[in-house]
Design a protein around this ligand. Structure first.
Ligand code: HGY
Ligand code: MN
Ligand code: MN
Ligand code: MN
Length: 418
């Protein structure tokens, strides 16, 4: 077993609190892609990686990648990749993503302090973007590292009309948004031994089981849409109810359809997280309404069937109400299985510490979904406090659980075999 300082868990919580001070909003944590808060977070992570004895690079999309170099006696070492994202949702929690960066930095720092090297390079990737907050498309960071970035996304605009291409050009990042530079930032899949992501569970399962850590079996796929409903604006006082084409009323019916359909299977979930009447007024019939849809399930065929039904239902509602629909579909992500060989090694590390092995699926999406396209992946979940709440400022973990996760992760690294 690897002996670590008992203070590592608390140090991770302290660092998460420190990072949370860099925010786009005043009383809460929002770290959207390529904002000043994002840049400050990136710089702080790079500094902590350097202090942990890593060689650090910042790539063309803004990922910070630190390498804890292999034992020099090992000829042509390969790479074990770990990491997670440092962007957040609006008014989010301080551990979602960041725990999976801070924890490996802490463990690498402990190895460095004791002069220990591993027989492989340990790369810690702090992914610049995963949540999709600013450009309504997720996995920008991990898709670049995986060599799966779609250059068409460069034309996507944020709420202020700034394209991703422009934001990158203004960012000072290497390559300035050049598609070739983004392509060249990919890691060589042949060099990889696998990808392991530590993440807060973001749900209540481990909390209810009374367990600090869990091993993820698979990550639920998702289908996301932006729906634009176009009706007819008009006077709220003079237009009889039967002569209206109210875009918001039509959207409301669509939202309830999503809810109803997604109640039909246990792992199926559907969410309308943004619903908006552009330029609306209290005394004007809504002429337009926009909303997002996020649909997920533990099985792709369940999700595909629900999506098909929902899209058909939306069409039916639109026709009946005389409104028009325009759909913007984000590329769906398939259900992602974790690799048994890596899960078993995580389980062995848990047993070494006398911890029960609990396997559970992830309903939340993770960078591991993108890395799975080029290598085997696994995930270690850390218990979420406060009833399991996440994507919320109440998201929390304990120092004790963070410490255990460090110890399990350190043993996993020490015993790791390809
Ligand atoms: O939305 C998700 O599942 C993730 O937190 N990005
Ligand atoms: Mn998240
Ligand atoms: Mn996350
Ligand atoms: Mn008037």
């Amino acid at each position: 077993m690897t002996t670590l300082s008992a203070a590592l868990g608390q140090a991770i919580l302290d660092r998460a609190a420190g990072l949370a001070r860099h925010s786009d909003m005043e009383d809460g944590l929002t770290c959207a892609y390529l904002t000043p808060a994002h840049r400050a977070t990136q710089a702080q992570l790079a500094q902590w990686m350097e202090e942990a004895g890593m060689r650090v690079r910042i790539d063309a999309i803004g990922n910070v990648v630190g390498r804890y170099e292999a034992d020099p006696a090992v000829a042509e070492p390969r790479v074990l990749l770990t990491g997670s994202h440092f962007d957040t949702v609006r008014n989010g929690g301080r551990y979602d993503g960041r725990l999976g960066i801070l924890l490996p930095i802490a463990v690498a720092g402990a190895l460095h302090a004791s002069g220990r090297r591993l027989p492989y390079h340990l790369d810690v990737a702090a992914f610049a973007e995963e949540e999709g907050l600013r450009f309504k498309t997720s996995f920008l960071g991990s898709s670049v590292l995986a060599g799966r970035f779609d250059p068409a996304l460069l034309e996507r605009r944020d709420a202020d009309g700034i394209t991703l291409r422009q934001a990158l050009a203004d960012s000072g990042l290497p390559g300035g948004g050049d598609p070739e530079a983004l392509r060249a930032a990919a890691i060589d899949p042949q060099s990889l031994l696998g990808y392991i992501e530590v993440h807060i569970e973001q749900g209540p399962v481990l909390l209810h089981q009374g367990l600090p850590l869990g091993v993820v079996t698979q990550i639920a796929g998702n289908s996301r849409f932006l729906v634009n409903v176009e009706g007819q604006a008009g006077h709220a006082g003079t237009t009889p109810m039967n002569l209206r084409r109210d875009a918001a009323a039509a959207a409301a019916e669509m939202v309830l359809l999503v809810e109803r359909r997604c109640r039909q299977a246990p792992t199926l979930v559907g969410t309308v997280g943004q619903l908006h009447v552009p330029n609306g007024s209290g005394n004007v019939i809504p002429g337009a309404c926009q909303f997002t849809m996020d649909i997920r399930a533990g099985e792709d065929r369940l999700r595909d069937a629900a999506v098909a039904d929902i899209l058909a239902g939306i069409e039916e509602i639109a026709q009946r109400r005389g409104v028009k629909i325009q759909l913007d579909r984000v590329t769906p992500v398939a259900n992602t299985p974790c690799a048994r060989r890596l899960m078993d090694q995580l389980a062995a590390a848990l047993k070494k510490r006398g911890l029960p092995v609990h396997e559970l699926p992830s309903g939340a999406g993770h960078d591991a979904m993108m890395m799975h396209r080029i290598t085997d992946v696994a995930m270690l979940f850390v218990r979420c406090g406060n009833g399991g709440i996440s994507h919320n400022p109440l998201e929390t973990i304990t120092a004790e659980d963070a410490q255990l996760a460090c110890e399990v992760f350190a043993d996993f690294l020490k015993d790791f075999s390809a």
